[in-house]
Design a protein around this ligand. Structure first.
Ligand SMILES: CC(O)(O)NCCCCN
Ligand SMILES: [Zn+2]
Length: 667
C-alpha cells in the first residue's frame, strides 16, 4: 500500500498584511518550498496524490464553538482595519480575507488523510497544510492556528471510522495547548508533546505545559508533556525521549491510528526552536511510529520556519513513510543534563498510569529537586550570556545523506528443499570462499556436518552479507541447520571482516561463546534464562523471568535497552538470531524486525534454524517492510518481572549513555 500526499497551492494564498514581529515568520513560502523539495527529489511522484477538501461546519464544530466559527466566517468580508481588530482578541496569530478558506482546506486535508488511511486506500500519508492547527482552541485562534486540524481529525476518526484509541504525537517545538485542552479528560486520545519551555519562559508560557499536566479525571495519564528547559537539544535527546517515554507508553496504549502534529521548528536552524537536531532525525522519529496501529500514520504539517531545514525535514519524513532505508545517525552523544531532568520528571509522574513505566525512578527525591535548582540557575546564566551570540550565529548542518533503495529489498538463503517466501529473492550463487575460509568453516564447527552444503550455505551467507554491504540487497533471512554455529561463523569469519560493527540480537537461550571484548560486535541476548553476569561491555544478557513470550517485558527490553544501545553503538550490520524454542510470539518478532530496520540502513540478516521455518512467513513480511500487527497483549499487561530491567539499565548506563533516564546524582 502507498503513501498519500495532500497539498494544494491555494493554501499558500494568504499572508500577513501588516507589521507584527511575532507573525512575520509564518510565510506562504513555507508550504511551497516544502512541496517543491518533494517534487525535486522525486518523492512526490512516488506518493498517491490526494486532493484536499474544505472541512464542513459540522466537522469544524467537532472541536470549535459555534460563536467562534461564526466569527471566523465573517473575516473574508472584513476590511483591513476590521481584520486587525478581529485579530487583536487572539495571541500571536493573524487573519486575512482568504485565511478562512485555507483553514477549511487545512482541516479538510487532515480529514482526507484520515479517510485514505482508515479505509486502507493507502498505508500512511502526509498533509502539507497552512494555517497550522495545534494551538487553536475551542473558541480562540492562537499561534498562527485557526482550526485545530489534528484535533478535528482525531474526533473525526473516532466518529466516522470507529477508531477507539487515537495517539497524537506532537513533535513541533511548541506546546499544542489546543490539543491538550481538547482531550485532557479523554482516555481514548493520548496526546504526547515535547516543547521548548524554559521553565515557562517560552511561548505560550503556560503552567499547564509542564510535565505534571497528565490529563484530568478519566483522562489522567493520557496527556504526556515533555518540557525542554534549554535550547540546543540534539538527536540523542529526542531519541531518548522516544525510547524511554513515548514508545513504551504508545505500545501499551495500542492505538488504532497515529496522528502526528508534524512541526519541524524542532529542527536545527529554526528561529523559534533554536534546537540542534538534524533533519534526518525525522526519518527515525517517523520510522519508530510506523509499526504502531498496523502502520496507519497520518502526518499533518504544523510549524517550521527555517525554509532549508523545513524542506529537508519534510523530505526525510515522506521518504520514511515510503519505506526507504533510514539514514545512519552518526555520533550520537549522551542526552544532556537538562533533557535527563525532564525525562526523569516525566517518567516519574507518568509511571502511576502506565505499567510499562512502573519501575521508573522517582523524581521526588531531594537530589533531583536540588539538581533542578542548580540546573535552573545554570540555565539562567547560560540564557543571559548566550542570548546575543545565538542571534548572530547562523546554524549550519550537513545535507542529509542519500537514502538509496537497494535493487533487491530482501533475499533468502535456504536449504534446497525449503520453499522461498513470496517477494524474497533466493540466493543461489555461492561465492567461492577460497580454501582458507573453507577450512576455517570446516574445522570451526562444521566437522560434524562437513558436508558440501554446509559450506555452500556459508558461502551464500557470505554473498548475502557482501551484497548488503554494497547495498545491492537490503536485508535477508537464512535458514541454517545449526543456528549457533552459523552465528559463530558469521561474526567470527564473515561479519567481522566485512563490516566494522555488528549488532547481534539473540532471542532465546542458546549458549553463545565468542569474544566480544574488542567492540567489533555488540551482543544483546534476550532470553528467559538467568545468565551469569554479563561478560563485559559488549555482551548484554537480558533475562525475562517469564520468558520471551512475555510481551510487556520484551517491549521494555526493546525500548529501554536494545534500541538505545543500538543507536549508541551505530552498527554497520544487524544480525538477528532466533534461537530454537525462544518462545517469542510472531507479532513481537515482526515488531522487532520492523524496529531494527532503524539501524545499519536497514541491513538486517535474520538467522533461523531450519526446523524453525514456521515463522518464515511473518519474518519475510517484516523484512519486506509490511507493518507488524499490533501487540494486543499489551492492553492487559500481566504483572511484569519487577524492576529487573530497570536495575540492569541503571547498571549499564555507566558504559552506555543512551540508557540514562535520570540526572547524574551527586555532582
Ligand atoms: C504552529 C506553531 O507551533 O509553529 N506555531 C508557533 C507560534 C509561535 C508564536 N510565538
Ligand atoms: Zn511550532
Amino acid at each position: 500500500m502507498g503513501t498519500a500526499l495532500i497539498y494544494d497551492e491555494e493554501m499558500t494564498k494568504y499572508k500577513l498584511l501588516w507589521v507584527d514581529p511575532a507573525c512575520k515568520i509564518e510565510v506562504p513560502e513555507r508550504l511551497s518550498v516544502s512541496y517543491e523539495a518533494l517534487v525535486r527529489t522525486g518523492l512526490s511522484d512516488r506518493c498517491v496524490s490526494v486532493p484536499p477538501r474544505e472541512a464542513s461546519d459540522a466537522e469544524i464544530l467537532l472541536v470549535h464553538s459555534e460563536e467562534y466559527l461564526e466569527g471566523v466566517k465573517k473575516t473574508p468580508h472584513m476590511t483591513l482595519e476590521d481584520l486587525k481588530e478581529f485579530t487583536l482578541q487572539y495571541g500571536d496569530v493573524y487573519f486575512h480575507p482568504n485565511i478562512y478558506h485555507c483553514a477549511k482546506l487545512a482541516a479538510g486535508s487532515a480529514l482526507q488523510l484520515v479517510d485514505s488511511v482508515m479505509t486502507g486506500k493507502v498505508r500512511n500519508g502526509m498533509a502539507l497544510v497552512r494555517p497550522p492547527g495545534h494551538h487553536s482552541m475551542r473558541s480562540a485562534a492562537s499561534g498562527f492556528c485557526v482550526f485545530n486540524n489534528v484535533a478535528i481529525a482525531a474526533r473525526y476518526a473516532k466518529q466516522k471510522h470507529g477508531a477507539e484509541r487515537v495517539l497524537i504525537v506532537d513533535w513541533d517545538i511548541h506546546h499544542g495547548q489546543g490539543v491538550q485542552y481538547c482531550f485532557e479528560d479523554d482516555p481514548s486520545v493520548l496526546y504526547f508533546s515535547w516543547h521548548r519551555y524554559e521553565r515557562q519562559k517560552f511561548w505560550p508560557n503556560l503552567r499547564e505545559s509542564d510535565y505534571d499536566s497528565v490529563g484530568k479525571g478519566s483522562g489522567a495519564g493520557f496527556n504526556v508533556n515533555v518540557p525542554w528547559n534549554e535550547v540546543g537539544m540534539e538527536n540523542s535527546d529526542y531519541l531518548s525521549v522516544f525510547c524511554h517515554v513515548l514508545l513504551p507508553v504508545a505500545y501499551e496504549f495500542c492505538p488504532d491510528l497515529v496522528l502526528v502534529c508534524a512541526g519541524f521548528d524542532s529542527a536545527i536552524g529554526d528561529p523559534e526552536g533554536e534546537m540542534c537536531a538534524t533533519p534526518d532525525i525525522f526519518a527515525h522519529l517517523t520510522h519508530l511510529l510506523m509499526n504502531l496501529a498496523g502502520g496507519k500514520l497520518c502526518a499533518v504539517l504544523e510549524g517550521g520556519y527555517n525554509l532549508t531545514s523545513l524542506a529537508q525535514s519534510v523530505c526525510q519524513t515522506v521518504q520514511t513513510l515510503l519505506g526507504d532505508p533510514l539514514p545512519q545517525l552518526a555520533n550520537l552523544r549522551s542526552p544532556c543534563e537538562s533533557a535527563l531532568e525532564s525525562l526523569q520528571c516525566v517518567r516519574s509522574v507518568q509511571r502511576r498510569y502506565w505499567s510499562i513505566l512502573k519501575h521508573a525512578a522517582d523524581s521526588a527525591t531531594t537530589d533531583v529537586s536540588n539538581k533542578r535548582i542548580k540546573l535552573a540557575k545554570a540555565e539562567e546564566e547560560k540564557a543571559e550570556t548566550a542570548e546575543d551570540e545565538r542571534s548572530q550565529e547562523e546554524k549550519v548542518w550537513p545535507e542529509p545523506a542519500e537514502r538509496l533503495r537497494p535493487p533487491v529489498c530482501s533475499a533468502s538463503v535456504l536449504p534446497d528443499d525449503a520453499a522461498c517466501p513470496d517477494g524474497l529473492k533466493r540466493l543461489v550463487s555461492s561465492k567461492d570462499l577460497g580454501p582458507l575460509l573453507v577450512s576455517r568453516i570446516r574445522n570451526r564447527s562444521m566437522e560434524d556436518a562437513g558436508d558440501a552444503d554446509g559450506v555452500a550455505t556459508f558461502s551464500r551467507l557470505y554473498t548475502l552479507i557482501e551484497k548488503m554491504r554494497t547495498n545491492e540487497i537490503g536485508n535477508g533471512v537464512a535458514l541454517v541447520p545449526d543456528v549457533a554455529a552459523a552465528v559463530e561463523c558469521v561474526v567470527q569469519d564473515l561479519g567481522s571482516d566485512l563490516v566494522s560493527r555488528v549488532l547481534v540480537v539473540c532471542v532465546g537461550k542458546e549458549e553463545l561463546n565468542y569474544a566480544t571484548a574488542d567492540g567489533k560486535m555488540l551482543v544483546v541476548q534476550i532470553s528467559g534464562e538467568d545468565k551469569e553476569e554479563q561478560k563485559g561491555k559488549y555482551y548484554i544478557p537480558v533475562c525475562l523471568k517469564k520468558g520471551c513470550g512475555d510481551t510487556v517485558g520484551f517491549i521494555q527490553a526493546v525500548f529501554g535497552l536494545l534500541l538505545p544501545l543500538g543507536y549508541e553503538y551505530d552498527p554497520g550490520l544487524v544480525l538477528l538470531v532466533r534461537m530454537p524454542g525462544s518462545g517469542v510470539g510472531d507479532c513481537m518478532w515482526q515488531q522487532l524486525i520492523g524496529l531494527l530496520k532503524g539501524f545499519a540502513k536497514g541491513h538486517t540478516l535474520v538467522l533461523m534454524q531450519t526446523n524453525d521455518g514456521a515463522c518464515m512467513g511473518p519474518t519475510a513480511s517484516a523484512l519486506l517492510g509490511h507493518p507488524a500487527p499490533p501487540l494486543q497483549e499489551l492492553l492487559t499487561p500481566l504483572p511484569d518481572d519487577g524492576g529487573a530491567l530497570e536495575r540492569m539499565r541503571e547498571r549499564l548506563q555507566a558504559d552506555w549513555k543512551m540508557l540514562q533516564t535520570t540526572v547524574s546524582s551527586g555532582n
